[in-house]
Write a protein that binds this ligand. Structure first.
Ligand SMILES: Cc1ncc(COP(=O)(O)O)c(C=O)c1O
Length: 417
């Protein structure tokens, strides 16, 4: 595409987002995901009807109780109090309701943290493998994304890599725990060590380096594990949360950004975050979701069921010869691709109706990601396909044997790689 009158930065952002959007809008998956026989492991999307309590809560709060029911809403006191109570009860953390900024999920909260923390040319460190949009959201703010890889064996934060990435221009580090896609919960000791490092470096450069803590999967924990927020050990932390994972309703968008009581210059930061909400497209959740939040807060998808699916798939895939670790949390399995070309391998799966995300989409070539939001029925039908495609990949040229259910793939970026 010719640059023409477009800014170089926006062109680069569009080019980086293009492949993600291709998967969402133009891939074999997007064409076939509604097929009755499709086995959909692609994204953290629901594969069955929503929680009954979710629909009941929306129905209950839909009926207007006064003339302002659907008037402009910003950070309403009721839902702010719901969040403050939840943070106290679930995490033992004392937040003031005025420090809670309601957003359309973490998609809505992250640009607010970046807007408040980052000036043009500032650097923001993100951990790889990353969530798809960190890099582009940093760039959109005029910041420079700086990648630090996680520890390759443990998937824990690699503090030496973070230390190497720090410069006098570093303004923030994005931390995502529990992590998509590794399923790792960062231990409290690691967070302590990160906090010590950032305190030391902030003092050296004479300005605060913030943590932006993406806690989207905080309530999806396995094996009785507990979660620790960076907020527990580091005051200058923006805490980001979305209800879209716990409720598995990512199309009904509500979440928040919260500032802990020991956030530096909190009064000024409140003004900045609130200003960013207006400027970033009225980044408040819709009225209905705000009214319903008290009821929604109590609900969760069935975590023991998710854990059973994790256990089933981890052991079945290992038996078939796949290499993968056991995630501690989240919806995802991160699996080594039997072919070096993970895009090709996931195409071989999708030719047989099994849809997984290639690691190349999230800076992790040679791997693919499986979403455990797939149903048990999909898992049962997909496991023989995983096995057959593993064997086919071992053949010279990695060609699959004739597929039992032949399907036509649409022409499109995902299929032409
Ligand atoms: C790590 C991470 N952060 C943020 C988000 C965005 O969540 P939401 O769409 O609920 O705002 C996601 C969703 O996939 C995610 O996996």
């Amino acid at each position: 595409m010719a640059r023409g009158n477009f800014s170089e930065r926006m062109m680069r952002i569009a080019q980086l987002i293009g492949p993600v959007d291709d998967y969402i809008s133009r891939s074999a998956w997007s064409e076939h995901r509604e097929d009755p026989e499709a086995c959909d492991f692609m994204f953290g999307n629901p594969q069955e009807m929503p929680l009954e309590g979710f629909t009941a809560a929306l129905q209950k709060w839909l009926a207007p109780q006064n003339k302002d029911w659907f008037a402009y809403k910003n950070n309403e006191p009721g839902p702010r109090q719901v969040v403050a109570d939840s943070l106290r009860d679930r995490l033992g953390l004392a937040f003031e309701p005025e420090d809670i900024f309601l957003t359309p999920g973490v998609f809505g909260a992250l640009p607010l943290a970046l807007a408040a923390a980052v000036d043009s040319g500032d650097e923001v460190i993100y951990i790889s493998p990353p969530w798809f949009f960190y890099e582009t959201m940093i760039m959109h703010r005029g910041g420079t994304p700086v990648r630090a890889r996680c520890h390759p064996e443990t998937h824990d934060l690699d503090l030496e890599a973070i230390e190497r990435a720090l410069t006098p221009r570093t303004r923030a580090v994005i931390v995502n725990s529990p992590n998509n896609p590794t399923g790792r919960i960062y231990p409290r000791e690691t967070l302590h060590a990160l906090a010590d490092l950032l305190r030391r470096r902030s003092a050296e450069i004479g300005q605060t380096i913030f943590i932006i803590s993406d806690e989207s999967y905080r309530r999806i924990l396995f094996d009785g594990r507990s979660f620790h927020s960076p907020v527990e050990v580091y005051g200058p932390t923006f805490m980001l949360y979305t209800y879209g994972k716990t409720l598995l309703t990512p199309g009904q968008r509500i979440g928040y950004l919260a500032l802990p009581p020991d956030f530096p210059d909190r009064e000024v930061m409140r003004l900045m975050v609130n200003a960013a909400q207006y400027i970033n497209g009225y980044a408040f959740p819709n009225a209905l979701l705000q009214h319903a939040l008290g009821d929604l807060e109590e609900l969760s998808i069935d975590i023991p069921r998710l854990q059973r699916k994790r256990d089933w798939m981890v052991s079945a895939l290992r038996e078939q010869g796949y290499q993968l670790h056991t995630p501690e949390a989240t919806f995802y399995l991160l699996v080594r691709s039997p072919l070096e070309d993970d895009v090709r391998f996931t195409e071989m799966l999708s030719e047989r109706g099994v849809y997984c995300l290639p690691g190349s989409m999230f800076d992790t070539p040679g791997y693919f990601r499986v979403s455990l939001t797939a149903t048990e029925d999909m898992i049962e039908r997909a496991l023989p396909v995983f096995s057959a495609v593993m064997q086919a990949a071992a053949q010279p040229g990695g060609r699959p044997a004739p597929a039992p259910v032949p399907r036509t793939r649409p022409a499109g970026p995902a299929s032409s790689r």
